[in-house]
Design a protein around this ligand. Structure first.
Ligand SMILES: Cc1cc2nc3c(=O)[nH]c(=O)nc-3n(C[C@H](O)[C@H](O)[C@H](O)COP(=O)(O)O)c2cc1C
Length: 190
């Protein structure tokens, strides 16, 4: 499947057949996730691959919109390792989000169905996932991804909206003031 086709064709799939996701497909998903960019190339994303029915059931209880995980053959929990961060607290969520988005695109390209299930920034959800997986305190769960062979079909959602796009400046009246906030120096970037 063409990459753009996979990106624009992706939808949240919440119903799955009983067919397991193969180990080869799981590795492909993880390879795609780990290929994502990360700040300073710090690679702070970590992944918990869950196929155990008991653990899937526990994760499905995270909140009211995570119930589909109990009927999924696979969930991948995307976590940030705070010990891997160059600047504590700065970029682990963005590193993980980039990885998660790659994972969703790869699932679509493989013909799998997937759904992002939010965990951050809710303390009760974080606590539940932490307890279900035995995560150390330095590892933060960003989100769950439920996965499987799709048992529902959704058409692509064409969300292109030219009114969301601004050119050069937000409006004719807008002015840009550079350098008013502190940020790591450009020399640090790889
Ligand atoms: C940060 C985030 C959190 C989400 N959390 C959930 C969730 O907890 N449960 C769920 O069923 N879908 C969740 N979704 C999926 C969205 O509902 C879905 O992407 C959106 O409705 C657009 O539909 P589509 O993915 O089919 O294009 C989440 C998506 C994002 C980006």
């Amino acid at each position: 499947m063409d990459c753009i086709e996979a990106i624009v064709g992706r939808r949240s799939i919440r119903r799955y057949t009983e067919e397991p996701v193969s180990e080869e497909q799981i590795e492909t998903l993880l390879r795609a996730a780990m290929a994502a960019p990360s700040a300073f190339n710090e690679r702070s994303s970590r992944f918990v691959v869950v196929t155990d029915a008991e653990v899937l059931s526990a994760l499905s209880e995270t909140h009211q919109f995570s119930k589909m995980i109990a009927r999924a053959p696979l969930a991948i929990v995307v976590c940030g390792d705070r010990d891997a961060e160059r600047y504590p607290g700065f970029y682990w969520t963005q590193d993980c989000t980039a990885a998660l988005t790659n994972l969703l695109t790869a699932a679509q390209a493989l013909g799998l169905g997937a759904c992002w299930v939010g965990v951050q920034p809710w303390p009760d959800r974080v606590k539940h996932v932490r307890g279900s997986l035995g995560l150390p305190l330095t590892v933060e769960p960003l989100a769950l991804v439920s996965l499987g062979h799709p048992a529902e079909v959704k058409p692509p959602a064409d969300r292109y909206d030219p009114s969301f796009v601004h050119r050069d400046r937000w409006s004719d009246a807008a002015t840009s003031i550079a350098g008013t906030t502190e940020s790591p120096g450009n020399a640090d970037w790889e």
